[in-house]
Design a protein around this ligand. Structure first.
Ligand SMILES: CC(C)(COP(=O)(O)OP(=O)(O)OC[C@H]1O[C@@H](n2cnc3c(N)ncnc32)[C@H](O)[C@@H]1OP(=O)(O)O)[C@@H](O)C(=O)NCCC(=O)NCCS
Length: 270
């Protein structure tokens, strides 16, 4: 969520254990989010991450800190850039943003269909997890499904979507959350057999309408830097660039080497 990176630049940061990710991937995973404007010193962050004892630390930091990727290198650790996230925002949503006809706030009864559409749209998605060969791709997609489903139960959140006429499957979905002054479009996708037909615009319009009704006037959204289709659509629809975050994965070299797949494994991985 964007709010994690809007904290005061001087806010004391820490490596926090990510229990959900640790259980899912079967290794100890820590997370660090550095806010925009951070002036944390390379030495300080390097020492704290390297002494944290985790098998993997996932560090997100604003791209303005171009010194960090090289500055965190150490002979006993493998450190690589796993993705870059671009954030865009749209201010002053129109008060009369009309809801798109046929769009539903999805509920627990649609759980099977939600799980199916998330799985179909994100199974090969190039996230930072997929850039880590020590993580099981099956666990990655299971994680996306569980993450999406959690929005059914979170306060100030929802999953919007549009069902196929036979009610058996979902054409597109997006998860939304109100966070301070922002409404964030967190995760969204269009089912593979309806991609390339302009459905994404229905997703965006519906999300903006829901956000506007929840009394905040800025919609924010992010994606990996390679995702030109959605970025072009945001620009066409009045979104402005807000900032970018790099994601580094940092693993003790011994852990990385012991879990890295053999070349044969790589050949059979999609
Ligand atoms: C990225 C994604 C959301 C796009 O959804 P979509 O409904 O296929 O998007 P659109 O149909 O609006 O646009 C796809 C392309 O078709 C074009 N298009 C739109 N309407 C069209 C139409 N009627 N006829 C022909 N082409 C059309 C768009 O211009 C776009 O082209 P571009 O990539 O060259 O800009 C979808 O591919 C997806 O779910 N991908 C996997 C998950 C993902 O990336 N999620 C978003 C980031 S979290």
């Amino acid at each position: 969520m964007l709010s994690s990176f809007l904290a005061s630049p001087d806010f004391p940061w820490e490596v926090r254990k990510s229990l959900g990710e640790s259980n899912r991937f079967g290794l100890s995973i820590g997370r660090v989010d550095l806010p925009f404007g951070t002036s944390v010193k390379q030495n300080e962050i390097r020492e704290i991450i390297h002494s944290s004892g985790h098998d993997l630390v996932i560090l997100r930091y604003p791209v303005e800190r171009w010194d960090l990727a090289a500055g965190l290198q150490h002979q006993d650790f493998v450190t690589w850039q796993a993705d870059t996230l671009l954030y865009f925002g749209k201010e002053k949503l129109e008060a009369n943003a009309t809801a798109v006809e046929g769009v539903l706030v999805l509920a627990a009864e649609q759980s099977a269909q939600i799980q199916q559409v998330v799985r179909q749209t994100f199974v090969l998605y190039g996230s930072h997890y997929m850039a880590n060969p020590t993580l099981d791709p099956k666990a990655v997609i299971d994680g996306y499904v569980d993450w999406a489903m959690s929005f059914l139960y979170k306060p100030n959140s929802c999953i919007l979507g549009e069902m196929n006429p036979d009610q058996r499957s979902i054409i597109w979905f997006c998860t939304l959350s109100i966070d301070g002054r922002d409404g964030e479009i967190v995760l969204g996708g269009v089912s593979p057999n309806t991609q390339g037909q302009g459905m994404y615009l229905r997703l965006l319009r519906s999300a903006e309408s829901w956000i506007q009704k929840h009394a905040v006037d800025r919609a924010v959204i992010s994606t990996q830097a390679f995702n030109g289709t959605v970025i072009r659509s945001w620009i066409r629809n009045g979104y402005n660039y807000l900032g970018s975050l790099n994601t580094l994965h940092i693993m003790p070299r011994l852990v990385f080497m012991s879990r890295r797949p053999t070349p044969d494994d790589i050949a059979t991985t999609p």
